[in-house]
Unconditional design. Structure first.
Length: 82
């Protein structure tokens, strides 16, 4: 769903980098999968066709936070937090 977002914080040697993967259009969603030491974050269409893919080494990931899209009726994730 548009608004789905995944934040990935990665150790890049002497610095920490943050990547945001966002579902940019209506009908798209962001999926996270892990396997063989690799975390893959994919933006996919309604039919399941991948649009964008980001791959990270699991040993380098410091944090992975999924922000699901809100429904707009006051549900979690719809606005700024106090």
């Amino acid at each position: 769903m548009r608004g789905d977002r995944v934040e990935v914080v990665v150790d890049a040697g002497n610095e920490v980098r943050t990547y945001d993967i966002v579902a940019t259009r209506n009908g798209r969603r962001v999926e996270v999968s892990t396997g063989r030491g690799v975390v893959e974050v994919v933006e996919v269409t309604r039919s399941g066709t991948p649009v964008r893919t980001a791959r990270f080494m699991a040993s380098r990931i410091l944090a992975l936070v999924e922000h699901p899209a809100g429904t707009g009726d006051g549900a979690a994730g719809t606005g700024p937090r106090p």
